[in-house]
Write a protein that binds this ligand. Structure first.
Ligand code: SAM
Ligand code: SF4
Ligand code: SF4
Length: 333
């Protein structure tokens, strides 16, 4: 177990396996920008990622989530899931845009993936296509979710990034639709990740507003956090016991409990979603360092950590000087 300067224990690891994506979501990778992606040689191989994870488990890592860019663009991702499933982890999960999920769900499950989160921000083809910057039918993503349920990925969750004036009018419909499918929805406040997505406070539809809206139509009761550092505020529908969650990183920051380390596809360690950069561990892994050397590196990074951007955001906005931040598709959420 290791603690940072604010006493927060390392617990979760989020691994981005690629910075490429087949979507161009307006809130993450807006169209019209020039993007540079890592070359193949720059990416950590699956063996290198597995070496890293094996090394850091004794430091307290219990949960690993694979993300991207779009993680299902990384060929044979199931091989990485297979490597990780042999390690003593409590949880291996994946966040995906769902485009390739119908064809990949079974092989991922068979490789050892436990659960999955699919991002879907609208039930209307026209709104969804505009939001993701590509002509994509909502039904294609729903079919992926159905396949995930069918092969036994449990639970299947859906992430909805809510943007005022864009999809806030669909919150109830989305909640109702997925309640009917037995799928847990997590409504996420639109965040100011990266530097490109045109974020402003006025465009944030707050978790409190979402909860109030849902409470007018459903009987909800709060659910206890299952561990310190859990980011979603969880509620349960009283009639069927299904959960629904809200992620309020703008209006109710949770930095005090933040216990997550992020590994980028090119081997950087980021101690905050809003970090500018972080030290790269790839050379150390490629020099065939032992696990203890990798642990020492991570210990040092974590021991120096003092990030609490979401608690400082409003003050920073007032000063008018915003730090340059890593883009969401590089860090993976
Ligand atoms: N491509 C995959 C996907 O979209 O699920 C995984 C990576 S994506 C960066 C991870 C999560 O971040 C997704 O659920 C996405 O909706 C969310 N996200 C991206 N940009 C966001 C923003 N500006 N505010 C809130 N959530 C955001
Ligand atoms: Fe791609 Fe996910 Fe970012 Fe959308 S949110 S552009 S699907 S990485
Ligand atoms: Fe953690 Fe940084 Fe988010 Fe705060 S702003 S909760 S430190 S990732």
């Amino acid at each position: 177990m290791i603690r940072d300067t604010l006493g927060r224990e390392l617990h979760d690891l989020r691994i981005s396996v690629t910075d490429r994506c087949n979507f161009r979501c307006s809130f993450c990778m807006p169209e019209g920008e020039q993007y540079e992606f890592f070359s193949r040689e720059e990416l950590l191989s699956f063996e290198e990622i597995a070496t890293f994870v094996r090394a850091v488990i004794p430091l307290g890592i219990k949960k690993v989530r694979l993300t991207g860019g779009e993680p299902l663009l990384r060929r044979h991702l199931e091989n990485l899931v297979g490597y990780l499933s042999e390690l003593p982890l409590e949880d291996i999960s994946l966040t995906t845009n769902g485009f390739f999920l119908k064809e990949k769900a079974r092989v991922l499950k068979e490789a050892g993936l436990r659960r999955i989160t699919v991002s879907l921000h609208s039930l209307k083809d026209e709104v969804f296509s505009r939001l993701v910057g590509r002509n994509v039918k909502v039904s294609q993503i729903i079919e992926g979710i159905e396949e995930a349920l069918k092969v036994g990925l449990k639970p299947v969750k859906v992430n909805v990034c809510v943007i005022r004036g864009v999809n806030d009018g669909e919150i109830l419909d989305i909640a109702r639709f997925f309640k009917g499918m037995g799928v847990v929805v997590r409504f996420i406040e639109f965040m100011d990740v990266g530097n490109l997505n045109g974020w402003s406070l006025e465009r944030v539809y707050s978790a409190r507003e979402m909860l109030e809206l849902l409470s007018e139509h459903f009987e909800l009761e709060p659910v206890e956090k299952s561990y310190r550092g859990e980011v979603a505020q969880r509620y349960r529908y009283k009639d069927d016991g299904l959960e629904v969650g809200f992620i309020s990183s703008i209006t109710q920051p949770f930095c005090g409990d933040c216990n997550r380390l992020r590994l980028t596809a090119d081997g950087r360690l980021l101690t905050c979603l809003f970090a500018q950069d972080g030290p790269n561990i790839k050379e150390l892994i490629r020099s065939h360092a032992g696990e203890e050397d990798i642990r020492d590196f991570v210990r040092r990074v974590w021991a120096e950590r003092s990030d609490r951007y979401s608690e400082q955001r409003l003050e920073l906005i007032k000063t008018g000087i915003m730090p340059k931040k890593v883009e969401m598709f590089k860090v993976g959420g």
